[in-house]
Ligand binder design. Structure first.
Ligand SMILES: [Zn+2]
Length: 309
């Protein structure tokens, strides 16, 4: 295949937009109009997902977005190496939001997969038809429960190691919209991940933090990570209200807004990168808001961005 990688862990951002993608099919906000028109400075983006690998050979997907098939097509590292094959050995779900789980539907085709999720997120999946679709034969889906704070070496469905070590922590969040009123809220509804190469003894050197949905930085210790992928959903608390698109503010959707939240927060990391960016967010265009973000030392994820840690 001619894929030559060094032995460092790396992440490929295969989708960098929040739910709905960019442009969103039913949205005519100024950003979505601009990106459809191909305006300079605007890049289309698919929905949030990251592929993690320690060796370039086997991958774990963090979240499975509704765009997963297009994301795999656009990412040669994720292409099959044999007539029936995938480099993807596991999917880690950080919450049960539709933009993070619907892609599981597309990853069936009788392919064994390990799915890492907290018991709360798993119960949400079991309450839908999703899992039955994925259980055509014994062992097609292997559930590996995430225990908060516990270190786990990721493995594929057959138990082969993927070379990546993960710890998950509760992140201030909320239940998926479709489960509100149908399930009790739990600290396990939404997690952030700390990922590192199995070969690195030092837990924080060469490590990546992923917190794509985070309502607050209180109790979320991202310090010491080499790279932090953080919730860039909204620039302003009342972004959707100002655009006349919704009555909900960022807090209602459990997202910490950039301007009054994360932008000037003290996060001790070599690289800080916003991802899960909503299509209404002004940082998606060549704006003062984007310049402010860059001036504060933040990067903005795009589809295909590679992060070496
Ligand atoms: Zn829009």
């Amino acid at each position: 295949m001619g894929l030559v990688y060094d032995s460092r862990m790396r992440a490929i951002v295969i989708g960098s937009a929040a739910g709905g993608a960019f442009p969103q099919w039913n949205c005519g906000c100024p950003n979505c109009v601009a990106v459809r028109a191909g305006k300079e400075g605007y890049l289309p983006r698919t929905q949030d997902s990251v592929a993690i690998t320690a060796n370039g050979d086997r991958f774990a997907l963090v979240n499975a977005s509704p765009d997963v098939l297009a994301q795999i097509r656009a990412t040669p590292a994720l292409w099959p190496r044999a007539p029936r094959h995938t480099p993807i050995g596991a999917v880690v779900l950080t919450n049960g939001d539709m933009d993070h789980v619907l892609g599981l539907f597309s990853l069936r085709e009788s392919q064994p997969l390990a799915i890492y999720a907290t018991p709360a997120v798993w119960r949400g999946l079991e309450a839908s038809i999703l899992l039955r679709t994925l259980k055509r034969f014994e062992g097609q889906v292997v559930f590996r429960p995430i225990a908060l704070g516990e270190e786990v070496a990721l493995e594929d469905a057959a138990g082969a190691p993927l070379g990546v070590v993960m710890r998950a922590f509760a992140a201030p969040g909320k239940l998926p919209v479709h489960l509100m009123g149908h399930a009790a809220e739990s600290a396990e509804d939404n997690v952030w991940l700390s990922l590192r190469d199995l070969r690195d003894a030092d837990a924080k050197r060469g490590s990546l933090a992923y917190a794509a949905a985070c309502a607050s930085l209180e109790g979320v210790d991202l310090a010491g990570h080499d790279a932090v992928l953080f919730d860039g959903t909204f620039f302003r608390e009342d972004e959707l209200v100002r655009l006349g698109l919704s009555k909900a503010v960022a807090k209602d959707m459990a997202h910490l807004p950039i301007e009054s939240g994360s932008l000037h927060a003290k996060i001790d990391a070599r690289r800080k990168i916003y991802t899960h960016v909503n299509n209404t967010n002004p940082i998606l265009g060549p704006t003062d808001e984007r310049r402010a973000v860059v001036a504060a030392g933040w990067e903005i994820a795009f589809d295909g961005m590679e992060i070496e840690v």
